[in-house]
Design a protein around this ligand. Sequence first.
Ligand SMILES: NC(=O)c1ccc[n+]([C@@H]2O[C@H](COP(=O)([O-])OP(=O)(O)OC[C@H]3O[C@@H](n4cnc5c(N)ncnc54)[C@H](OP(=O)(O)O)[C@@H]3O)[C@@H](O)[C@H]2O)c1
Length: 169
Amino acid sequence: MNIIVAADANWAIGNKGELLVSIPADHRMFRQETIEKVIVYGRKTLETFPMKHVLDGRENIILSTRADYAVSGAKIAHSIDELMKMLEKYDSDEVYVIGGAKVYSEMLPYVDVCHVTKIDQEFEADAFFPNLDRDPEWEITARSEEMSYFDTTYHFVKYERKIKTDASV
Ligand SMILES: NC(=O)c1ccc[n+]([C@@H]2O[C@H](COP(=O)([O-])OP(=O)(O)OC[C@H]3O[C@@H](n4cnc5c(N)ncnc54)[C@H](OP(=O)(O)O)[C@@H]3O)[C@@H](O)[C@H]2O)c1
């Protein structure tokens, strides 16, 4: 299973329910990486999308504890257990966890690959991703050349779990 995330120099990923910065090339990479795949995300992340619409061309699975929650074009999982059962029928390489902070932290133990857009800046933030640079279980296996968008510089960095865990599917 994969995670895809954009994080700043402090591993911040959001502030007041919004992304920290919008980088067009990052959005294109996100679409290329996730198109025709299964994407898993939290109810609060859906609410950051334009018109609160699911992302087209992908199988959308949204986590919410609300029993009566329904979203056109998405399946709802009400717990991690229920989610994992729903994911059994998919190839785990085709599954991408796309946020936000709560869902990333809950799903990280099941994930073997993190596609991180690492932004070389510090933003005011209230949502964070675990610091993979300080976690000995993870290593960088690929890193793009430096990219820039106006004053913002960033890299696409691939982190992989050194030893695949039994929990990974
Ligand atoms: N930088 C990035 O790449 C990136 C990507 C995505 C999001 N973000 C940012 O992340 C922030 C949002 O993160 P967040 O942590 O507040 O919200 P979130 O993870 O998107 O959603 C949390 C919600 O998901 C549901 N949920 C989570 N775990 C669950 C479980 N085990 N069982 C059932 N439902 C579960 C709950 O919904 P209910 O309350 O309905 O029960 C919970 O309130 C925003 O600032 C957003 O912009 C950043």
